[in-house]
Every structure is written in structure tokens, then in C-alpha cells.
Design a protein around this ligand. Structure first.
Ligand code: PLP
Ligand code: TYF
Length: 396
């Protein structure tokens, strides 16, 4: 049975981590995986998380099963954050929200549910997109295709081509959209462009699936979530996956969610019942700890304020690193236009370096980025930036 099993390819990004760990170079820098590191190069344990954890430890609770759809206080907090506590859709009870194993889990529950609803639909993802989008929807049984997104020539978005592709997609096509901080390019579309996307989704009867993995890393919690308000205002049914991996630095706790915005409370109840079947037949019910921490922070005003401050700190540090990167590249004699580096949003920068250059960066300088040219700006700090700049300038 097992002797004929072939070796599967490694995840291109997570595989880099293994390669990095095995590199004996003491000056190595990991700009591969999308993880936020602080100025000391450490994975932060947020103060708001520590405080919530302390609070939970002081009143230890037995660990029964959570409901299939997760912790009620958590699901409510997710809804309030993603859609606004005062939004009509939340108040009307027409959003079905389930706790999920990270943002990936939210995407997978949504994909499995959509497959039951519309098995012949095509899924469109951006070109390029997060490596896992294609595999995840393919594994759920869908044919996956792309819509134009990144324009290497302008280092921006091929917006007209994107709109045209969406405008040509058959009704029912599932369109995966990065709500903010596009992974891997860092290029987001403007609110006015979002309005046009919403319009074409509505006109064509497409199904929007917003992947919200970096809320708060671009311009702010409300700013980064603004596209959700546009979809709500258009009166559409749509899907939102939420991840707190980055915004709470809780990667390993697997805290995320899926929300499905429905036309009515009754419809949401029926949708929720189906989402629960997907969950039950996969892993039965989600784990407790991460959701408890996030719910405690979001539902306790002082901790919520602390979280917003710490999230802003991460966001501002990334922006400062973008500015420093441009200044140091300039000082090292780079004359080409570098404004794209500071214009990009979130953790990543598409550096424009080729696969060859990225591989040289790795082998000659110990600077690990993805072959696509993506570097994680959130892993640059005052201590490693000179090594990063030296490497980039040398391979350019
Ligand atoms: N979606 C995008 C665009 C991402 O970059 C990531 C990164 O991890 C995820 C989803 C998955 O998030 P999680 O780690 O919470 O599963
Ligand atoms: O894009 C990234 O680097 C992050 C982390 O299969 C990640 O989103 C990468 C690959 C993967 C899961 C998470």
C-alpha cells in the first residue's frame, strides 16, 4: 500500500524555513515566511495576550468540548470586529460566523461548503496569490483559475485587466479577494477601485470570498476592513475568512473564523447548520485556548485598547523599515524608482528581484526570501537591515 507513495513537494514558503534552519551562516536573515518579528528579531508575545492569559489562568476552567461552531463570545467578537458591532447585518443576525483553525481553516470550511452548493463553479484567485489559495480550493474539488493582478512593469495592479476578467466570469464564479495587504505583492487596490469590483461582483452574480489575514497591518483596523463595509452596503451575500495569527501574534494557536453574510436571519441559520456539518465531519469542534484569549482581549475595553496600541506598533515598525530600506538602498547608490517599497501595504514587498537573484541572495548572503521576489519586511530590523541592503544591492 505505502511502498509506491511518492514524495510530495514541500510548501515553497514553509520549506524555506527548514532550509534557513539548516544554514550554518551566523549572519543569516529569514525574510521568507510571513511572520512579524520585533525590533530584536523576536516573535512578539503581545502584552494584551499575556494579560488575558494571566486572567484565564487565575480562574481556571475545565476543558469541555466547545460547540461545533466555536465559542459564542469569540464568534460575536469576530463579527463585531469584521463587520462593526452596529452594522445592520450583525444586528439582524444575518451573518453566520464559525470559529476556525486559523484563516486557513476559515477558507477550507468556506471552500467545502461552497463545493456542496455549487460543485461546478470555478474559483478565481489573483495572479499571483498566497501559495496556499490554489491548493486549498483545488483540494476542495474546484477548478482554480486566476484573474490578472500584479503588473511587474508598473509594480502596481493591472486593475483594468482584473476588472475585465471579473466582468467576463460566469455567474456563480467564486472570486477570492485579499481584503488588505495583498500577499505576496503588497499592492492593494484603492477604495474607489474596490467600489468597481463590488459593482462587477454584483452585476455578474459572482461570489466574493474576502480573505482577511492582515487586518490592522496596512493603515488601521477600520481602514483595512473598509472593503467589508462596501460589500455590506451593496447588499451582497459574501464570505469573509478572518485570521488572528498575525494581528495577535498567535500563529500556533490557530485562531481564525469564517463568516457568511446572508440575506436574512433564517437563511443564516440554515447556512450555519451546513457549516457545522462541514466542521463536524472534519475535526468535530475547535480548540479553546486561542479563542478564549482573543475573546477576552476584544471584549475587555482596557485590553482591547492595549491590543490596538500594540497592533499599531507593529504596523508603524513595518512602515519605518520600508522607509529605512529605501533610504539605505539610495545611500548604497541605487538610482531606480523605489517609491513602490513605501507604497506597498502590510508585511510583504515584491522586490522585483528574479528567481536567480533571490537564490544568490540566499546562497551568497544568507538572506532568505521567496523565489518570486517576495521579502517579508516585517522581519527586517535595525540589526539586519544593512546585511539585507548589502545583499540586495550586490545581486541587483
Ligand atoms: N490568507 C493569507 C493571504 C495569508 O497570507 C495567510 C498566512 O498565513 C493565511 C490566509 C493563513 O492564515 P492562518 O495562519 O491564520 O491560517
Ligand atoms: O505567506 C506566508 O508566508 C504566510 C505563512 O502554507 C504561510 O502566510 C505560508 C505558507 C503556508 C502557510 C502559512
Amino acid at each position: 500500500l505505502l511502498s509506491a507513495v511518492e514524495m510530495a513537494p514541500r510548501d515553497p514558503i514553509l520549506g524555506l524555513n527548514e532550509q534557513f534552519a539548516a544554514d550554518p551562516n551566523p549572519a543569516k536573515v529569514n525574510l521568507g515566511v510571513g511572520v512579524y518579528f520585533d525590533e530584536d528579531g523576536k516573535l512578539p508575545l503581545l502584552k494584551c495576550v499575556q494579560a488575558a492569559q494571566q486572567q484565564l489562568l487565575e480562574a481556571p476552567k475545565p476543558r469541555g468540548y466547545l460547540p461545533i461552531d466555536g465559542m459564542a463570545a469569540y464568534d460575536q467578537a469576530v463579527q463585531a470586529l469584521a463587520f462593526g458591532a452596529e452594522s445592520e447585518a450583525v444586528k439582524a443576525g444575518r451573518i453566520a460566523t464559525v470559529q476556525a483553525l486559523g484563516g486557513t481553516g476559515g477558507l477550507k470550511i468556506g471552500a467545502d461548503f461552497l463545493k456542496r452548493l455549487n460543485p461546478s463553479a470555478t474559483v478565481l484567485i489573483s495572479d499571483p496569490s498566497w501559495e496556499n489559495h490554489r491548493a486549498l480550493f483545488q483540494n476542495a474539488g474546484f477548478a482554480v483559475d486566476t484573474y490578472p493582478y500584479y503588473d511587474a512593469a508598473t509594480r502596481g495592479v493591472r486593475f483594468e485587466a482584473m476588472l475585465q476578467a471579473l466582468g467576463a466570469a460566469p455567474a456563480g464564479t467564486v472570486v477570492v479577494l485579499h481584503a488588505c495587504c495583498h500577499n505576496p505583492t503588497g499592492c492593494d487596490i484603492t477604495p474607489a477601485q474596490w467600489a468597481q469590483v463590488v459593482e462587477v461582483v454584483k452585476a455578474r452574480g459572482l461570489v466574493a470570498f474576502l480573505d482577511m489575514a492582515y487586518q490592522g497591518f496596512g493603515e488601521g483596523i477600520a481602514e483595512d476592513g473598509a472593503v467589508v463595509q462596501q460589500f455590506l452596503a451593496a447588499g451582497l451575500d459574501f464570505f469573509v475568512s478572518t485570521s488572528f495569527s498575525k494581528s495577535f501574534s498567535l500563529y500556533g494557536e490557530r485562531v481564525g473564523a469564517l463568516s457568511v453574510v446572508c440575506a436574512s436571519k433564517d437563511e443564516a441559520a440554515r447556512v450555519l447548520s451546513q457549516l457545522k456539518i462541514v466542521i463536524r465531519t472534519n475535526y468535530s469542534n475547535p480548540p479553546t485556548f486561542g479563542a478564549q484569549v482573543v475573546a477576552t482581549v476584544l471584549n475587555t475595553p482596557a485590553l482591547r485598547a492595549l491590543w490596538e496600541e500594540e497592533l499599531a506598533g507593529m504596523r508603524e515598525r513595518i512602515k519605518a523599515m520600508r522607509v529605512a530600506l529605501v533610504e539605505k538602498l539610495r545611500a548604497a547608490g541605487v538610482t531606480q524608482d523605489l517609491s513602490y517599497i513605501t507604497a506597498q501595504k502590510g508585511m510583504f514587498s515584491y522586490s522585483g528581484l528574479s528567481k536567480d537573484q533571490m537564490q544568490r541572495l540566499r546562497s551568497e548572503f544568507g538572506v532568505y526570501g521567496v523565489d518570486s521576489g517576495r521579502i517579508c519586511v516585517a522581519a527586517i530590523n535595525g540589526r539586519n537591515i544593512d546585511a539585507v541592503v548589502k545583499g540586495i544591492v550586490s545581486v541587483m
